[in-house]
Design a protein around this ligand. Structure first.
Ligand code: HEM
Length: 640
């Protein structure tokens, strides 16, 4: 009996064959490709770098199976602890190398060659298109040149009052949380979106609608989806992802996000075009500002440390001339002939809104939680604010922010311990020899810079896990490795919004601290860190707030009561002798002079007893004479 007879008698065998054959062929092709990759130069070279042993097909990806964000984050930290400054993992056959030493990181970030983002950034594409964060080559260079002037210091100065009014608005909203434990991140997220809407897009959110909040929520959900796409096999590969529920959610969230940016863009463009047609072009033009700057876009040399094109611009004094919003710049340069299409402008708007939003929301939330825990440091921040503002509730000026030296150190220290962007990834376009272990990382590898780990190395910080703002005193920073502190990345592809972020954080935190006392029963050990692109607390950014006035009264009562119970206070003066002086804070020019005398314990009790209501006392016996020779009931009557 031939094969044909068997098939004729058993047609199901035919169907089975039809199903199995493609699977078998597909499997054989996959196996051949797998074996081919295993013998590739990249794989063989990468295997020499220390790391966990890969298993067939999965590489080391199985380690991540079934883990949540927080667990995954802990695994990554453990990996760094086991393998030290260089660790390799395999995702299937694809090598990923983690770098944790500033010398090695400097080679990558300070280079003009390794500017390309890792393949994993493609997950941002449906959202950010080919915007600044993701783009490469000439497109990135041209767009960075157009966008960077919008973040010039003189431009930022004009944003200070937007920072102020939005900070004050969030203080008003926060009041309803007084006395409760709540998650401050929701508030930081909303105020950040509001600020970005005004400064980057040049539009304000009306108090009636909740677009900004919905936008913020959609951004957070999108961050989560992108993070999951990094490590979940079914979400990582586009053909599989296409059929998932997660893709449907992505479409919904992108609808919210793109809906808002498109609307703002269209309104702005229509306004600009109408004005332009009436001959009302803004003066000086953005083109003038961009052209003011010499065509000198070069990466900072290693000896210049962390300097980037933002510093160079400030020195060239470009862009001080008028108030600029990022979107205005893009619309204007496009109108005046730069090759920016509408969709490119929107991509850049989305990029700025994404990069500027979640990063500063997380940064400010961590900072507030740390201040709630470290009360002594909070008190120092408050004292600095008192020196600058006294009891005035006025807006902060740019000059005030320059005076906020201690707050600046607090922000930097918070960014050190909890960098909102905990890792950065690059794709190597050439083999790179690193300093640590003389390893050569092959071309095509994804390199991950472990910022959060670098920031906590005891080679560079004395007590690396302790929150100590003095780590940023000039005498401590001047001899420290430049690349041991890189919350904003460094080199040519550093964060374009660095100065914007620092200024905004100062105004926002100053306003909150001047209005609220922050409290928490937790310690930093309770933080459950989760690294879904942006570092967050999986347990929520929980803290309590109390309005400063109430807190100040309570503090005064406790302080004065303690002093009065321990000392008798004396003075030969009268109030007429007070020489008042009003230099912001009302003081006595003649000094707050008085004498003190310790109260004896018995004296203290007697004197305090005298203050309470009761019959007049006689010397020596007090009131004991009343009771002499009386019956028990007569004694009680005397006191009725
Ligand atoms: C605390 C706040 C912030 C932190 C910690 C931060 C951090 C970073 C980091 C680490 C990068 C490099 C990312 C990479 O190479 O993958 C980056 C890039 C970028 N950031 Fe920020 N950022 C912050 C705030 C902002 C703000 C407020 C804006 C804009 C308003 C902004 C806009 C950008 C843009 C456009 C890029 C891409 C730059 C390029 O590739 O040329 N960032 N940021």
């Amino acid at each position: 009996m031939g094969v044909e007879d068997v098939i004729l008698r058993h047609p199901w065998m035919y169907s089975l064959g039809m199903m199995v054959t493609p699977l078998l062929v597909g499997g054989l092709i996959a196996l051949a490709y797998y074996l081919y990759e295993q013998n590739s130069r990249t794989y063989i070279m990468a295997k020499k770098i220390p790391g966990p042993t890969p298993i067939p097909f999965f590489g080391n990806a199985h380690i991540a199976l079934g883990l949540n964000n927080h667990e995954l984050f802990e695994i990554a930290i453990r990996l760094a602890n086991v393998y030290g400054n260089v660790a390799r993992v395999m995702f299937g056959n694809k090598p990923i190398v983690f770098l944790m030493h500033p010398d090695d990181v400097e080679i990558i970030l300070n280079s003009n060659v390794h500017l390309e983002k890792a393949d994993e950034y493609r997950f941002f594409k449906p959202w950010l298109g080919d915007g600044l964060l993701v783009s490469k080559g000439d497109k990135w260079r041209t767009h960075r040149k157009i966008i960077a002037p919008a973040f010039h210091q003189n431009v930022l100065k004009t944003f200070v009052n937007i920072f102020n009014s939005n900070s004050r608005a969030v203080v008003e909203r926060l009041k309803k949380e007084t006395g409760k434990v709540f998650d401050v991140h929701d508030y930081m997220s909303e105020v950040t979106v509001d600020i970005l809407l005004e400064t980057a897009m040049g539009t304000a959110r009306t108090s009636q609608n909740h677009d900004g909040f919905e936008y913020a929520m959609a951004v957070m959900k999108m961050c989560d989806i992108i993070h999951q796409r990094h490590y979940k096999l079914d979400l990582r590969y586009d053909p599989l992802f296409y059929f998932t529920q997660t893709r449907k959610e992505q479409i919904k969230h992108l609808g919210t996000i793109h809906g808002l940016t498109t609307k703002v863009f269209q309104d702005k463009k229509a306004f600009f075009v109408k004005n332009a047609q009436e001959g009302k072009l803004p003066k000086p033009s953005f083109e003038d500002i961009v052209n003011d700057k010499a065509d000198d876009f070069v990466a900072p040399s290693p000896t210049k440390g962390l300097r980037d094109d933002l510093d160079e611009q400030d020195e060239n004094d470009v862009g001080e001339k008028r108030r600029l919003a990022f979107l205005d710049l893009m619309i204007e340069t496009a109108y005046l002939g730069s090759n920016l299409s509408d969709s490119e402008i929107k991509e850049e708007v989305d990029t700025i809104m994404f990069e500027g939003h979640d990063t500063t929301a997380a940064g400010s939330s961590f900072c507030l939680c740390l201040l709630a825990i470290h009360k002594d440091i909070q008190e120092k921040v408050y004292q600095e604010q008192q020196q600058i503002f006294g009891d005035s509730g006025r807006f902060a000026t740019y000059a005030d922010t320059v005076e906020m030296k201690y707050l600046e150190r607090v922000i930097l220290e918070s960014l050190r311990l909890y960098p909102p962007v905990p890792i950065i990834a690059r794709k190597l376009n050439e083999d790179v020899k690193i300093v640590t272990g003389n390893h050569v990382i092959p071309k095509g590898t994804t390199v991950v810079v472990g910022t959060i780990y670098i920031h906590r190395q005891n080679d560079f910080y004395e007590n690396p896990d302790v929150f100590d703002p003095d780590n940023f005193l000039p005498e401590r920073t001047q001899n420290r490795h430049h690349y041991s502190f890189i919350p904003f990345s460094a080199g040519p592809r550093s964060c374009v919004g660095r100065k914007f972020a620092m200024l905004k954080l100062k105004v926002l935190l100053s306003t909150i601290i001047r209005n609220f006392h922050l409290k928490s029963n937790l310690t930093e050990k309770d933080f459950q860190l989760q690294g879904d692109i942006i570092l967050k607390r999986a347990d929520g950014f929980r803290l309590e707030i109390e309005p400063r006035q109430k807190f100040a009264m309570l503090k005064l009562k406790v302080l004065l009561s303690t002093i009065i119970r321990n000392f008798h206070l004396k003075s030969n003066l009268t109030e007429k002798d007070f020489q008042l002086q009003g230099d912001i804070i009302l003081k006595r020019a003649d000094g707050f002079r008085l004498e003190i005398e310790p109260r004896q314990k018995s004296q203290r009790i007697t004197k305090m007893g005298h203050a309470l209501p009761g019959p007049p006392t006689l010397p020596f016996v007090g009131n004991a004479h009343i009771l002499m020779g009386k019956t028990h009931s007569a004694k009680s009557k005397d006191f009725q």
